[in-house]
Design a protein around this ligand. Sequence first.
Ligand code: C5P
Length: 221
Amino acid sequence: MDKEKIIVALDVSSIKEEERLIKILSPHVRIFKVGMELFYSCGPKSLDIIKKYDREIFLDLKFHDIPNTVKNSAKAATRLGVFMFNVHASGGNEMMKAALEGAEEESEKLGIDRPRILGVTVLTSMEAAQEQVLSLAELAKGAGLDGVVASPKEATSIRKKIGKDFLIVTPGVRPEGTETEDQKRTATPKEAISAGADYIVIGRPITKAQDPVKIIESILS
Ligand code: C5P
């Protein structure tokens, strides 16, 4: 297992708690995910801490709105210097294209790399929905997105259907012996990677652990 493939979800609500985790984890993790809990609690400051430690950001705000709003939000996300962000694929072709256009225009203007944009298929906390996930993945590919967020359970069929040049990012990952909590379509890190995931997202099994580094090390070994 390559440690670059692990994305840690920082689902906390204060900068203090965020920085405590980043301090411990940044030697072992390249990408940190900031979702709604942390972003709505602390705003862009939560991203500055990650940049301070020279790590990359996956902004997980799952945009889902009219194309014009999503385009301008994509521009804002690009200005925040994130490595990756996401939109709901169910927002449709036009909305996903608008996200891509916004990110392209803004990154060109700033002379920076365009953030990767992922389409969220079906939440991993929901029961199986193989067909729905596959059609949303095709829709995301058709709109020109860089990849999708899906459960490890669907990674193999997405890879088969869409091919190689398409990122598959899987939350719902649970190292052996840890609680599934509200996640339904789960798999172990090893299963997720073997199924074709490019990145695995892990939150609580790491962030709530007594010794988060030990969990990362056991995943890697
Ligand atoms: O703590 P846990 O490992 O379950 O965290 C998973 C993270 O991935 C959470 O931040 C959740 O919001 C996010 N996520 C998800 N399913 C999706 C997209 C994002 O669980 N489809």
